[in-house]
Design a protein around this ligand. Structure first.
Ligand SMILES: Nc1ncnc2c1ncn2[C@@H]1O[C@H](COP(=O)(O)OP(=O)(O)OP(=O)(O)O)[C@@H](O)[C@H]1O
Ligand SMILES: [Mg+2]
Length: 456
């Protein structure tokens, strides 16, 4: 099971421990003092060390100190004479995981050994899982070989490495802002800590505040007990502020203060709590024009946009549509245990599409195609009707849109028309519409709010 080193000067006790733990299935090595212990432990790997404290030459405490100085990290249990708790405390300070009083109780010994070994195992497994996750979000997790995507990855790398610099991700809906944020986090020195995403557009101001900063017991009627907020939960890690452009102005002030002071106050609380997080913000609206319109605070903009990264829309990623289609095909085939293939003729149609919903739209389409493919083959006839004829907006209905004046206003008019038409076609069903036009539900919700679209 585990390999254990026993360091004990009394031969009798060494022998008893060895017999007992060998019977439990462990592999035991023994030595009579700290000096020998150091030699053993630098020569081979151990899962656990059990050491006496009173020993000739190098005693137990010196032994632990030495291990620490050598950078050997192995969990240890110290054995101490009955009553000398102070030395045990000293040993725990030096990193011992537990202590046992002498005379030894063998059942006690087994219990402590098992508990430390299983704690160890869970920690190992967690590390492994995190590594796998990191692998998934390695920069290579951003699929694409077009020059714009290569440039994007090169831009993200140093920002990830730094670990502290605030990054603002700007890109149309579905261009992979969240994916890029995760790539930054999981490739940063903070990768072992949490990545927490919060959608700043989805919550009303008061909820957003208690969500971000937490609240003290009694801060408001429903605050039955103190709750920590996202800032505190993400401490040491990264906080992804999604749709930052939709954050209410009042909240922007509070966020800026937290950013500048690196400290937060829970709702209803008076004491400042220090937090250390990296901020990654994302927006699908051009924040600078929001600043000009007075809808976004300039000081907050500068604070968040220390480094700005633009995510290119899919239509500018030359050659990536095919690659991404195959990537998603592989993904959904494996998720759905299918073996669907795609006919070459389909690609030219895909490459001519406008992809307003970008990579998400493509991903959703591929999922649909895998599900609906007859005879495990995607051909032109598998593509949805609406896809073949473009979107359901007709030229006649486009005529009604006011396209004079400023570009931004014209675009908003178009978006309003487009979204309300699609919503109408889906009887106001937001999820369905979002999927169809290739944006996230939350983006659609904020668009509906922002553009004052009626859901009827
Ligand atoms: N380059 C890429 N390679 C592989 N998958 C990608 C890539 N870019 C995006 N995706 C996938 O596309 C989907 C949408 O990406 P993501 O959620 O990161 O976009 P977003 O910009 O945050 O969208 P929104 O503005 O709608 O919130 C996700 O499933 C993501 O994994
Ligand atoms: Mg997103």
């Amino acid at each position: 099971m585990a390999k254990i080193l026993v360091v004990e000067d009394e031969k009798q006790i060494r022998r008893v421990i060895e017999l007992h733990l060998t019977k439990a299935g462990h592999e035991i090595r023994k030595c009579a003092n700290g000096q020998e212990g150091i030699e053993q432990i630098t020569a081979e790997h151990f899962d656990l060390v059990i050491t006496d404290l009173q020993m000739p030459k190098i005693n137990g405490l010196e032994f632990l100190e030495k291990l620490r100085a050598l950078g050997v990290s192995v969990p240890s249990i110290v054995m101490t004479a009955f009553g000398s708790v102070e030395t045990a405390v000293e040993a725990m300070k030096l990193g011992a995981a537990d202590y046992l009083s002498k005379p030894l109780q063998l059942t006690e010994l087994s219990l402590r050994v098992d508990s430390i070994l299983s704690r160890n195992q869970i920690e190992e497994e967690n590390k492994q899982l995190k590594k796998e996750l990191a692998g998934k979000f390695r920069m290579g997790g951003i699929v694409g070989k077009s020059p714009v995507v290569r440039k994007l990855v090169e831009r993200l790398k140093p920002l990830a490495n730094d670990g502290d610099i605030s990054v603002l991700l700007i890109g149309e809906s579905g261009t992979g802002k969240e994916l890029a944020a995760k790539a930054i986090h999981y490739n940063s020195p903070r990768s072992e800590k949490r990545f927490i995403a919060v959608n700043c557009g989805a919550l009303p101001e008061n909820l957003l505040e208690s969500e971000l900063f937490g609240y003290e017991k009694g801060a408001f009627t429903d605050a039955k007990k103190t709750k920590i907020g996202i800032f505190e939960a993400a401490n040491g890690g990264s906080l992804f502020l999604d749709e930052i452009g939709s954050m209410p102005l009042n909240m922007q002030v509070k966020l800026l203060r937290a950013l500048e002071e690196r400290e937060i106050r829970r709702v209803g609380g008076t004491k400042g709590i220090g937090v250390d997080v990296r901020f990654i913000a994302a927006s699908n609206q051009d924040l600078e024009s929001l600043v000009k319109e007075g809808r976004f605070r300039q000081d907050l903009f500068y604070r968040l946009a220390v480094a700005t990264v633009n995510l290119p829309p899919l239509r500018k990623r030359e050659g990536d549509i095919r690659l991404l289609t195959l990537h998603f095909l592989e993904k959904f085939n494996s998720e759905k245990k299918r073996a669907v293939k795609i006919k070459a003729e389909v690609f030219s149609l895909l490459e001519n599409h406008r992809w307003t919903g970008n990579i998400r739209e493509l991903e959703n389409l591929v999922e649909l195609l895998v599900v609906t493919a007859a005879d495990n083959e995607i051909s032109i006839s598998t593509l949805p009707e609406s896809f073949l004829h473009g979107n359901k907006l007709t030229w006649e209905s486009l005529d009604e849109i006011e396209v004079t004046g400023q570009l931004r206003a014209a675009m908003e008019n178009f978006e309003r028309k487009f979204i309300s038409t699609c919503l109408g076609d889906n009887e106001g069903n937001v999820s369905k519409t979002a999927k169809e036009i290739g944006i996230s539900r939350s983006s659609l919700h904020s668009k509906i709010k922002e553009l004052k679209i009626s859901r009827q």
